[in-house]
Ligand binder design. Structure first.
Ligand SMILES: C=C(O[C@@H]1C=C(C(=O)O)C=C[C@H]1O)C(=O)O
Length: 363
C-alpha cells in the first residue's frame, strides 16, 4: 500500500501517494512550517533514536465516522511460524526485570514479545485494517506505509487497532487518553464484570497507571494554561481486555505548538516504555529485540498544527511481499508483577491481531 489510513470513532483520514518523505519528525515539522506541505502522516518508531516513517501525501480525504470499507475480502490463512522470544524466555525476562524493579531505581518497565505469522499468499494491509475496524469501530484503526523509514522498511506496513490516544489537538484544545492497567475479558458476564471492577480496585494496576498520568502531566503542564488530569482512572474495554483509562484535557499556552511536536515530547510514555523514561528505555534496548514501529505512534499533523496521534499497539508489521506478519504486544511490569500473568496479558492483547487473522497462540 502507498497510503495511510486512520479510522477513529468520529472521523477517518485516508491518503494516497507520497509527494515527500521524512525520516524524522523534525524534518516533517520544518516542511509544515515552511509551507512545503499542508499535511504530514505516518508513524514514529518506538525508539526515538530510530528513523520515523512520515510522508507528505499527494491527496487525502477526511470523512466523518469510522472507515466504511464496504465488502471486505477474505484474508488468507496464516500459521504461527515462531515466537520472539519463546514464551518461556519472555517469562524469564519479566522475572529478571522484577528483580531489577525490586532493587533499583526503575519504577516500571514495559516488556513486549512478538509472534511471527506466515502466509502462503499475501496479507493485504487494508483488508486486515478493514477487518479490525469492522470488529471494533470505536478503536483507532490504522494502516501505514513504512517506506519512509528506509532500509528494512521499504514496502512494509503497520496495521492495527489501538485503543489509546497519545495526543489530539484542535486549535489550542488538546486531549489525551492514556491507558495502563489490564485485566482479561471473561465470557461469563458476571465474571467479566468482576474482572473489570477488580481492575478499578487493584493497587498494582493503579500504580502502573499513575506512572503514565504523572509523566503526561509533567510534559504537558508547562505547555498549558489549563490542564485537567482526573485523580482516578475510569474503566474501558476492547473485545479482549479491560483497561484503566484517564481522559486528560488541556489548553495550549502557545497556539503554535503543533500536534506532531506534542507527540514527540510525550512519546514514549510509561504505557509503552516505563519510569524513569531513560532507565526504562535502556532496559528495553538491553533486554528485547528491536521493537521497530510497535509501541511507537501513528497519526497526522496539518499546517495549522492540528492532528491526532495514537499509540501503536494492538498492531502488526506486514512485510513488502505480504507473506510475513509480525504481531507484538507488551505489558507494564512493576515490582509486584507476576511473570506468568504478564505472559497471559500479552497473549490476550495479541488476540486483537491474531483473531482478525484467524490465528491462535497457545495459552
Ligand atoms: C503495551 C501495550 O499496551 C499498553 C500497556 C498496558 C498495560 O501495561 O496494562 C495497557 C494498555 C497500553 O497502554 C500493548 O498492547 O502492547
Amino acid at each position: 500500500m502507498d497510503g495511510f489510513l486512520l479510522s477513529r470513532a468520529d472521523r477517518t483520514l485516508r491518503t494516497a501517494g507520497a509527494r515527500s518523505r521524512y525520516d524524522s519528525a523534525s524534518a516533517a515539522i520544518t516542511a509544515l512550517a515552511d509551507g512545503d506541505t499542508e499535511l504530514v502522516v505516518g508513524a514514529l518508531p518506538f525508539d526515538p533514536a530510530r528513523r520515523a516513517a512520515l510522508t507528505a501525501p499527494d491527496s487525502w480525504e477526511f470523512t466523518s465516522g469510522p472507515w466504511q470499507p464496504g465488502q471486505v475480502a477474505e484474508l488468507p490463512p496464516v500459521r504461527v511460524a515462531r515466537q520472539v522470544p519463546e514464551p518461556a524466555e519472555h517469562v524469564a525476562r519479566v522475572g529478571a526485570l522484577v528483580d531489577r524493579l525490586r532493587s533499583g531505581a526503575l519504577g516500571k518497565v514495559v516488556a513486549a514479545r512478538s509472534v511471527v505469522l506466515a502466509s502462503e499468499t499475501p496479507v493485504d494491509p487494508e483488508t486486515l485494517a478493514a477487518r479490525l475496524i469492522q470488529s471494533n469501530p470505536r478503536a483507532n484503526g490504522f494502516a501505514v506505509d513504512l517506506t519512509s523509514a528506509g532500509d528494512g522498511f521499504r514496502g512494509h506496513s503497520l496495521v492495527g487497532a489501538s485503543p489509546e490516544v497519545l495526543i489530539s489537538r484542535r486549535g489550542r484544545a488538546i486531549t489525551c487518553r492514556p491507558l495502563a492497567g489490564t485485566a482479561p475479558r471473561r465470557t461469563d458476564p458476571a465474571a467479566d464484570e468482576r474482572e473489570g471492577l477488580g481492575l478499578l480496585d487493584s493497587t498494582k494496576n493503579l500504580a502502573e497507571h499513575a506512572f503514565v498520568t504523572a509523566w503526561i502531566e509533567e510534559v504537558l503542564a508547562p505547555l498549558c494554561t489549563e490542564l485537567s488530569v482526573p485523580d482516578a482512572p475510569v474503566l474501558t474495554s476492547t473485545h479482549e481486555v479491560w483497561h484503566l483509562a484517564t481522559p486528560i484535557r488541556g489548553l495550549l499556552r502557545d497556539p503554535a505548538t503543533d500536534a506532531l511536536s506534542l507527540a514527540t515530547l510525550l512519546h514514549p510514555t510509561p504505557a509503552v516504555c516505563g519510569t524513569p523514561s531513560d532507565l526504562a528505555l535502556a532496559a528495553i534496548r538491553e533486554t528485547e529485540e528491536e521493537r521497530r514501529f510497535y509501541g511507537g505512534a501513528v497519526g497526522w499533523c496539518d499546517a495549522q498544527g492540528d492532528g491526532d496521534w495514537v499509540v501503536a499497539i494492538r498492531c502488526a508489521e506486514i512485510t513488502a511481499d505480504g507473506l510475513e506478519v509480525l504481531a507484538t504486544a507488551g505489558g507494564g511490569i512493576v515490582a509486584d508483577s507476576d511473570p506468568q500473568s504478564e505472559l497471559d496479558e500479552t497473549t490476550a492483547k495479541l488476540r486483537t491481531l491474531l483473531g482478525a487473522l484467524g490465528a491462535v497462540v497457545a495459552e
